[in-house]
Design a protein around this ligand. Structure first.
Ligand SMILES: [Zn+2]
Length: 297
């Protein structure tokens, strides 16, 4: 006889969990292949990178990052944080799985009422428009900071050096079709009931984190304030190759780590090991990442 299935949002198997009255689920967009960690942290001592990765039983090359998209059900309103990489294989062929994994969790793209973006990099907003140009989330309102929207859709950057033109082209393709249903998020604003934007600039100039609270429970969705848990928790001032302002990104990271370690903040990290829920613990001048075990029921 099958065991009776306990019902309710707290008891769904897999990555579902509750934040007070808010039902939360983490949906993976798959993995990003960033190549060598030495290239992503160009100013960091290669011997330190090699030692830390060995301690974590991880290769230096390729450095892989998860992509954990948070989905909330707030009073029957379906809210998706970041949209994944889409079909582009700029960072390998293991990304772009969000729509498929949403379906596996019983969530159709048409059901998504809001997309809340932390920032406008490829792995966060290139999943919004399909290959044929149709909207992947035809009923969604989009929330993003004005600074990030304007920076990453700026046509003048299409002739810039480095990765900027590729990123701007992709952001324009994925964001402009939603322009008439876009709301700009500001620091401290309650974007949706229980969801408050917190400005965390540096990785991009308009980068936003989001505090989610209901009843006595809360999580902080940190976005890309921190990417690699093994490297950056131990070395929060290391500069990441894709930071718009690496010094400001490091300051923001240290500020957030100080606050989150003191307050025992429960964090959700887009690039943390799946499903990306964890605490931060102070270890002298450095920090340590402590995953929250996923429990069922
Ligand atoms: Zn990212």
């Amino acid at each position: 006889m099958p065991r009776p299935r306990r019902s309710g949002p707290r008891c769904r198997a897999g990555t579902a969990f509750a934040i007070g009255d808010i039902e939360a689920t983490i949906i993976s967009d798959g993995l990003l292949d960033l190549g060598s960690a030495n290239a992503q942290f160009p100013a960091a001592p290669p011997e330190d990178i090699a030692r830390i990765m060995a301690e974590e039983f991880l290769p230096v090359d390729p450095m892989m990052l998860e992509q954990n998209a948070l989905v909330l059900n707030i009073n029957q309103r379906v809210v998706l944080f970041d949209s994944g990489m889409g079909s582009d294989q700029l960072f390998g062929d293991k990304a772009g799985r969000l729509i498929r994994n949403l379906a596996a969790a019983g969530i159709a793209p048409e059901q998504v009422d809001d997309i809340v973006l932390t920032h406008a990099h490829c792995d966060h907003c290139w999943g919004m428009v399909g290959d044929g140009g149709a909207l992947n989330f035809p009923n969604a309102q989009v929330h993003i900071s004005q600074a990030d929207f304007e920076f990453w859709t700026d046509e003048a950057k299409l002739s810039a050096e480095g990765f900027l033109p590729t990123f701007v082209k992709g952001a324009r393709r994925n964001l402009m079709p939603y322009r008439d249903r876009m709301l700009f998020v500001t620091d401290g604003q309650e974007v949706l009931p229980g969801v408050t934007a917190i400005s965390t600039p540096g990785h991009t100039m308009g980068h936003m984190s989001y505090a989610i609270s209901s009843g006595n429970e809360s999580f902080l969705n940190v976005g890309d304030v921190v990417h690699h848990t093994a490297l950056l928790f131990q070395n929060p001032t290391w500069e990441f190759a894709f930071d718009s302002d690496p010094k400001l990104a490091a300051q923001t990271r240290v500020r957030l780590f100080d606050m989150a370690s003191a307050d025992e903040t429960r964090m959700i990290g887009y690039h943390f090991p799946f499903p990306g829920l964890g605490h931060i613990r102070r270890e002298g001048d450095a920090f340590d990442y402590v995953p929250i075990p996923m429990t069922h029921g």
